[in-house]
Design a protein around this ligand. Structure first.
Ligand SMILES: C[S@@+](CC[C@H](N)C(=O)[O-])C[C@H]1O[C@@H](n2cnc3c(N)ncnc32)[C@H](O)[C@@H]1O
Length: 261
């Protein structure tokens, strides 16, 4: 019998009985400044789930990349999703409500959801795999900025969706926010002509931060300052927040492709 570590690496025998590490939020001394090795592979039990996981050794210590950063090794999106053409990416797709409903509306669009909490990624992928009509959508268990940087081919994305990301409200924790300059740089590298970025949050200060950051970043332009839910589809968190009567802040931005000289 085999089981998995929190980072998805198959284990057997002795290793199974060792205490499992919590999510990779802190690293052993000496590893902080190094890139870690990650692997992209299909889940053997669930065809709609792929892992882009940090590799750990037999002591659960994350394995350093041989070179820093790891080699760029883009996926062939058509092979993964079975449909040609630019894809739409939802970053932080949670349990996949939006992803699956949106996929149902767009059988012709290849769709990828990125989610870094493993049980939640599993849940989303499981939901999608039960629906034969959603085989053009997949979930990747990944820390999105690394997946975009290391595995996504340039000029391959027609829309990005980020809805209700963790707000990290405390001053010291803001550096953990998903929306950061390096992610925006990757979004520009991946964008095709006409690419849009759909953004939504319930947290006013995160929205102001996002608008400031996007407004200052070359290649991003506001095209809709107060849209409703994308194609009328509310995400799981949005439903909860709307029920609680919280205001919702959404906007849509164009993303100009980065054309290398
Ligand atoms: C508050 S939930 C919102 C989920 C969904 N978008 C919704 O609106 O219902 C934010 C999600 O983003 C995921 N997330 C946070 N950082 C991430 C990262 N770096 N890469 C991928 N997913 C991430 C979290 O695990 C969590 O499931």
């Amino acid at each position: 019998m085999s089981s998995r570590s929190d980072h998805g690496i198959r284990m057997s025998g002795q290793a199974q009985r060792k205490p499992r590490p919590r999510a990779l939020t802190s690293l052993p001394d000496g590893l902080e400044h190094y890139e870690l090795r990650r692997e992209l592979r299909p889940d053997p039990d669930l065809p709609t789930l792929w892992h882009h996981a940090v590799v750990v050794d037999e002591n659960f210590i994350p394995v350093r990349a041989e070179s820093s950063p790891p080699a760029y090794d883009p996926i062939r999106t058509e092979d993964l999703l079975g449909l040609a053409g630019p894809i739409e990416l939802e970053i932080g797709c949670g349990k996949g409500r939006f992803l699956s409903e949106y996929a149902q509306l767009h059988p012709d669009r290849p769709l990828l959801g990125l989610e870094w909490t493993r049980p939640i990624a599993w849940y989303a992928a499981e939901k999608i795999s039960r629906r034969p009509s959603l085989q053009h959508a997949k979930v990747i268990w990944a820390d999105a900025p690394y997946f975009l940087r290391d595995r996504m081919p340039s000029q391959s994305v027609s829309a990005f969706h980020i809805y209700f990301p963790d707000p990290w409200p405390k001053e010291k924790a803001k550096k953990r926010r998903l929306l950061q300059a390096p992610l925006l740089a990757q979004m520009r590298r991946l964008a095709v002509e006409g690419c849009l970025f759909y953004w939504g949050t319930d947290y006013a200060e995160y929205d102001q931060y996002a608008r400031r950051l996007l407004g200052q970043t070359e290649g991003f332009a506001l095209v809709n300052t107060n849209p409703g839910p994308t194609e009328g589809l509310m995400t799981s968190f949005e439903r909860k927040y709307v029920d609680e009567g919280r205001p919702i802040y959404r906007s849509i931005w164009s993303v100009e492709p980065l054309v290398s000289a």
